[in-house]
Design a protein around this ligand. Structure first.
Ligand code: SF4
Length: 403
């Protein structure tokens, strides 16, 4: 395994650093940071959250992908899905000849074209146990960029399964990380999981635990979000809570408390303590970004712009936090802002489709807050700031900096 499985980097940082800087760095962002995370020009101020953009896990995964290209210049290199949820970064890897493996019709990754001579990179959010086993079976070189914080959740789910507890995972079942996390329950015979998306779904479990109900209805409701032979009566007797690393921490904690309450209602305090476990597995980078945007909103902000992939869980949660306080526009990329037309292309919080909004930056707005999800590189943040100013008719932010 040692020669074909890598998860600690190749020590080639010196070789790839220049490429990373030129692909993702932003002088404007560094300047805004050095000015106290604030930039004013004309009658408009842009305030940047103090924690935003690439997290330690994404930094590491992207670096590792670049190192892999350097280490194996002549090999075919595949990537399982996306390295992170950012279209710009994935497109960059494609231009380096790294081929993205997509899901087949049945929802599983199609590794038919991968041979033992190839190299396969696994993304920051990891791959399912089944996908990992299939790739080991191929015998190719595996470069595993799974984030350490995701591995911590896996360890938690593994320990629940080993000890006969069903993992209740607060997350989005379709998200790669949650699929991979849930699959860890299968490392032990009889290991089970069920994924709840929000408090509403968690309450369905709580009701069943505390008062019983229709097992068939529950099975049907969670048919794609639970282990294949999940039996509510049997598998909700001992539960352990974990969460996708990028959920809203307040909601995860509330769900754990609600489940604990249901176990106490069913079994009483003493027995519930033996049947219920929980561990907050929100990663510190997600927490820091959520805390920072809440701090930003404590000062007066008229409009928020949140940058990040629409399928990026941590970005959508940042947008949700902001939308509770101020008009918020979640753009996938800086290109979503069209200064010429005064239009912004964005996805409304809770909506399913992208839309365009004209006049999004009214003349009365004086302060625009900006943050970005953990998979958004700084150059996209910098371009967004430029386009915000350009929408107000201030096209030369660089001159402001020089002054
Ligand atoms: S968001 Fe958290 S868990 Fe995900 S890659 Fe970043 S640091 Fe790791």
């Amino acid at each position: 395994m040692a020669d074909t499985y890598f998860r600690k980097g190749f020590g080639l940082k010196g070789e790839i650093e220049g490429a990373l800087v030129s692909d993702y760095h932003s002088a404007l962002v560094e300047e805004v940071r050095s000015r106290g995370y604030e930039l004013t020009s004309g009658d408009l101020t842009v305030r940047l959250a103090r924690e935003f953009g690439f997290c330690y896990g994404v930094d590491r995964a992207v670096e590792y992908a670049y190192e892999t290209r350097s280490k194996f210049p002549d090999k075919r290199i595949f990537l399982v899905g996306e390295i992170i949820h950012n279209p710009h970064v994935n497109a960059k890897l494609s231009t380096m000849g790294i081929v993205i493996v997509r899901r087949g019709e049945l929802g599983e990754f199609d590794f038919a074209g991968v041979t033992a001579d190839d190299v396969v990179i696994m993304p920051a959010f990891g791959v399912t146990k089944e996908a990992f086993d299939r790739l080991r079976g191929v015998g190719c070189v595996l470069v595993d960029t799974t984030c350490g914080s995701v591995l911590n959740v896996w360890k938690r789910v593994e320990s629940y399964a080993r000890d006969g507890f069903t993992s209740v995972i607060h997350g989005k079942y379709q998200h790669e990380e949650t699929r991979a996390t849930a699959s860890q329950a299968g490392k032990f015979p009889g290991g089970h999981f069920i994924v709840v998306r929000d408090m509403g779904e968690a309450r369905l479990l709580c009701e069943f635990i505390a008062h019983g109900g229709s097992a068939a209805d529950l099975r049907q409701r969670f048919r794609v979000a639970s282990s294949p032979d999940f039996e509510p009566e049997r598998d909700l007797q001992r539960v352990g809570v974990a969460n996708q690393t990028t959920m809203l921490s307040g909601e995860s904690l509330a769900i754990a408390a609600e489940l604990r309450g249901a176990m106490v209602a069913r079994y009483g305090d003493v027995e519930a303590a033996r049947r219920f476990r929980t561990f907050d597995t929100i990663c510190s980078a997600t927490q820091d970004r959520q805390d920072a945007v809440l701090r930003l909103l404590e000062d007066s902000v008229d409009v928020m712009v949140v940058i990040g992939g629409y399928n990026s869980s941590n970005t959508t949660h940042l947008a949700a936090l902001c939308a509770r306080r101020v008009p918020t526009f979640h753009v996938e990329d800086s290109g979503g802002i069209d200064p010429e037309r005064g239009v912004i292309r964005h996805k409304p919080v809770g909506g399913h489709a992208e839309m365009e909004t004209a006049g999004w930056l009214p003349a009365t707005a004086r302060v625009v807050g900006v943050t970005a999800g953990a998979s958004t590189p700084n150059n996209k943040v910098g371009e967004t700031i430029e386009r915000v100013f350009a929408t107000r008719g201030i096209s030369d932010v660089g001159a402001t900096l020089a002054g």
